[in-house]
Structure formats: structure tokens, C-alpha cells
Design a protein around this ligand. Structure first.
Ligand code: ZN
Length: 294
């Protein structure tokens, strides 16, 4: 290939790229529908903040083929009401406020659709741990932590095809000792924000599956202690940490209300509690957004 041919090729790809960037349909998503049909669209509550859930009407008739939706290279769950398709996405806690775009593919058509994320502020939480090795782990522990985080990354990408969870209940009822999203400092050192809810109950308190699903991981992790992951369909997942005992195995199908283990104080903790997380497209969101309002 001559230099000229390469230059022309580069030029053409630049034009193609520019065309892609400029021409896609830039319409803003409509206002979210206040009352979703839970029977069709699941229990998700629209709350477009970092750590929240965004429900986007896609303007695609429910009779049409299921669109595939992607945001930041992650597959996004789609569900159809009687009328049209919707995307249900989890917004990571570190997302900047402003307009973001999803990619929607239907057949060989690709378009972008914008949605807004508004700012919110989460409180600060300072925790003192006597066991400093859980704050600044030793090199050998770091090796274990890195291996565990690779494994958890894989688990968080697993998804089954259909949603099995149209209603969620609390896995344990008890006082909330830490809410979702707290900006955390362990022994005065900044660490990841709190990706779940802590429910303080004594060791041995039964934990139940909040909705139907499949057990996709169990294990004993450095920070999370004894843990369980449930996939509820379409990448909607729940996660349980610091458990005392685990009574399910990978591959088990669970029904809402089935016991999966008990509350404990394993891993990085200051006392017995259940850490409960909700995952959507591999990101932690506020679990209260799938619980019915009291
Ligand atoms: Zn927690």
C-alpha cells in the first residue's frame, strides 16, 4: 500500500467516525414514566443520581425485536412494557453529573440516546478498625485480594436471560447501621464508597433470598468474609457479605424467602451485620430502589 493509499484510508475512516459522531439521533430521553407497570418492567425505581437506577424509554415498539443496549461498554438490561422497550441501567457512584449516552442497536441500526444524571451528595463515614491489616493489607494479602477482585469482576459480568425478580423483600429485617453510598474512611484513610446497605443483626440471624434467582458465587473473601452472589436475571444481582454460615452452593436455584445463610462478622467488620448490595450492569446501586415503599 502506498503512503497515499494509507492517507486516504485514514481520511475515510476519520470521515466515517465523524459521521458516526455527528449524525446519530441525539434526542433526549423523555421524562421517565412515573408509574411503571411492575408486572412487566420489574421493581425498579427511577432515580437518576450516581448510585441510582435510570429507566429510559427507547421509543421502540414492544412488537419489534429486542434492542441491545450498551453504556460504557457494558451490556444494559432491556425490558418491554405492553407498548415499548425500556433500558434499565445502574449508574456507578463515581459518575459525573450531566448528559450521558447509551448506544442502542436494533438489527444493523445503531443510534445514541441521551439521559441525565443529576448530582447528589452522600455523607462521610469514619470507621476505626483495630486490625490494621484489614486497612493496609500485607503484600501476601494483596496477592489474595487481587485474585479475589478478578474473580468478583467475572461474577459481576454474569447474566441470565430473563428477569426472575419482579418483587424484592428485605433479606434480613433490622436496624440499618450504614446506608448506601457513604464516603468511607478506614482509620482516616479514604477507601471505596459504601456499595451496599448494612443491616445490624446478631450472628446467626437467617438471611433469605429477597427474590427468585440463581446462586452464581459463594466464597470466603478477604474484605467481604463469607459471601454469596445471586443472579436474578438480566444482570440484576444481589450480594451478601460478612456471613457466619452459607447454606447454598453455586448453581442452586433459590425462591424468594429461601434461607441462603446467616448473619456474621467475617472479613473487614466492626461487628455482626449483613452487608447487602444490589448490582445492575456490574455496578452497585442503592438496594432500596427495588424495595416496595412501606
Ligand atoms: Zn457494608
Amino acid at each position: 500500500m502506498t503512503i497515499n493509499a494509507i492517507t486516504m484510508k485514514t481520511l475515510f475512516s476519520l470521515i466515517a467516525l465523524a459521521a458516526f459522531v455527528i449524525t446519530p439521533w441525539h434526542a433526549q430521553a423523555q421524562d421517565p414514566i412515573a408509574k411503571l407497570d411492575v408486572a412487566q418492567l420489574g421493581p425498579f425505581e427511577h432515580h437518576n443520581v450516581p448510585g441510582g437506577i435510570v429507566i429510559i424509554p427507547l421509543g421502540i415498539n414492544a412488537n419489534e425485536l429486542e434492542p441491545s443496549v450498551e453504556w460504557n461498554e457494558r451490556a444494559i438490561a432491556t425490558l418491554a412494557s405492553a407498548e415499548e422497550w425500556f433500558a434499565i441501567l445502574g449508574v456507578p457512584l463515581n459518575t459525573e453529573a450531566g448528559t450521558h449516552y447509551i448506544n442502542i442497536r436494533t438489527g444493523d441500526k445503531l443510534r445514541r440516546l441521551g439521559f441525565e444524571v443529576i448530582d447528589t451528595s452522600y455523607e462521610e463515614q469514619r470507621i476505626t478498625l483495630k486490625n490494621n491489616s484489614k486497612v493496609n493489607p500485607a503484600p501476601l494479602d494483596m496477592k489474595r485480594i487481587n485474585a479475589e477482585s478478578a474473580r468478583l469482576g467475572k461474577v459481576k459480568r454474569m447474566r441470565t436471560k430473563t428477569l426472575n425478580a419482579y418483587e424484592f423483600i428485605w433479606p434480613v429485617e433490622g436496624p440499618i447501621s450504614s446506608t448506601f453510598g457513604l464516603r468511607r474512611f478506614f482509620n482516616d484513610q479514604p477507601r471505596r464508597p459504601h456499595g451496599g446497605i448494612d443491616i445490624a443483626m446478631p450472628t446467626g440471624t437467617p438471611i433469605v433470598a429477597p427474590a427468585d434467582g440463581t446462586i452464581i458465587d459463594t466464597g470466603e473473601y478477604f474484605f467481604n468474609g463469607n459471601s454469596v452472589f445471586i443472579e436474578h436475571g438480566l444482570g440484576v444481582q444481589t450480594f451478601y457479605a460478612h456471613m457466619h454460615s452459607i447454606s447454598v452452593s453455586i448453581g442452586d436455584e433459590v425462591k424468594q424467602g429461601d434461607e441462603i445463610g446467616t448473619v456474621g462478622e467475617t472479613g473487614r467488620v466492626t461487628g455482626a451485620h449483613l452487608h447487602w448490595s444490589l448490582g445492575l450492569n456490574g455496578t452497585w446501586v442503592d438496594p432500596t430502589l427495588v424495595l416496595a415503599d412501606d
